[in-house]
Design a protein around this ligand. Sequence first.
Ligand code: NAD
Ligand code: USQ
Length: 383
Amino acid sequence: MKIIIAGGDGFCGWATALWLSERDFDVAIVDNLVRREIDEEMGSNSLTPIASLEERVAKWKEVSGKEIKTYVGDLNDWDFLSKVFQEFKPEAFVHYAEQRSAPYSMIDREHTIYTQQNNVLGTLNVLYAMKEFAPDCHLIKLGTMGEYGTPNIEIEEGYLEVEHKGRKDTFLFPKRPGSFYHLTKVHDTNNIFFAVNTWGLRATDLNQGVVYGVDIDLNEKDPALVNRFDYDGVYGTVLNRFIIQAAVGLPLSVYGKGGQTRGFINIEDTVRCIELAAKNPADRGELRIYNQITEDFSVLELAERVQKVGKERFGLDVEINHVENPRVEKEEHYFSTVKTKLKDLGLEEHLLTDEVIEKIFKLALDNKDRLKKDLVMNSPSWK
Ligand code: NAD
Ligand code: USQ
């Protein structure tokens, strides 16, 4: 299968590109490398030293014998995107290429507008490119569990059947997201739903939860293949942050009460979910929506798990701090999710065991000298 990974230089995209390439998919990466520019803008870095995209794909060819084509450019550059579609002729298009940090989207007006333009307009360009050049191509779009927010009812997989005054209909599940970033994913879903119904495109929207881990096996194959590992208050996600904080001897930063509960997924399962979605394409005119998570945890529960592993396996005295919450979100709430569709397609889950935490811990310890302390608590306030 000819498959494009847009955002293939990023955290999920790089792991997915190699996973699919190893399994004989014909992979092309599309990326404008903006994430590396944002690192410079924020003065931040990946805890692991990452090679350039050029070096990465060259090393992959040397290690695996497989070629990954690269197109460096922006989804918002229509001439560039048209050329990519016409030249590569994708059968599937995995769309990771968005500004994905909620805190970044809340810094100020400019960052909000950049995030919304980059994400919403980029996806519209992809939809138009599919319509014009590849109407049979399957769009595999990364959405997010945060589209739903934290409703006081169970979160279904994308749709909700509603009975109102004696009549029934099925709607996209109601959304109440918690940042301008999360809102872009809601806008994308609405635009994709419309395009699929109007033009007969095929699409799968994967509402992925918070991703943790780093594909450590890649690092073991060759250090030049190592994935990024964010820890700062803007791009670092909560479990990776806690493990890195514990490894360098900083207290774990639980925002507020820590009862915030979210769906989580190991990066090892992210790549498998994309493979399953690619092998089970939606029909023309169909938008499939899956909740791409394997387990739900509260933030405080995660901090306690990391504290326990730090103590038992590394002899560390890990402190948990309840710090003032920079976000506007519920700190105690109901949270229940349906997550069966990917399992029905064959997903065998990699759950959060102490061994998994220990493995991530080791990578953090190996790279701890690269941590810049002033980045750890640099989240902007939502207000
Ligand atoms: P990332 O920032 O590491 O990677 C995103 C990549 O997309 C970067 O390499 C960036 O340069 C590229 N990009 C951004 N805008 C682009 C554009 N206009 N044109 C071309 N390339 C562009 O992010 P990630 O963590 O790998 O997340 C990937 C996707 O998965 C995002 O859409 C994100 O919303 C979604 N997601 C991530 C998580 C998570 O925990 N990391 C969880 C749920 C959903
Ligand atoms: N949190 C803390 N302490 C921290 C960092 C975060 O308590 O040091 C809390 C946050 O307040 C929040 C929860 O942990 O309640 C999750 O925060 P996060 O930064 O790990 O995740 P989030 O901002 O939601 O975004 C991440 C990715 C995003 C993806 C999303 C999936 O950056 O791309 O869409 O996870 S989800 O949350 O399911 O929408």
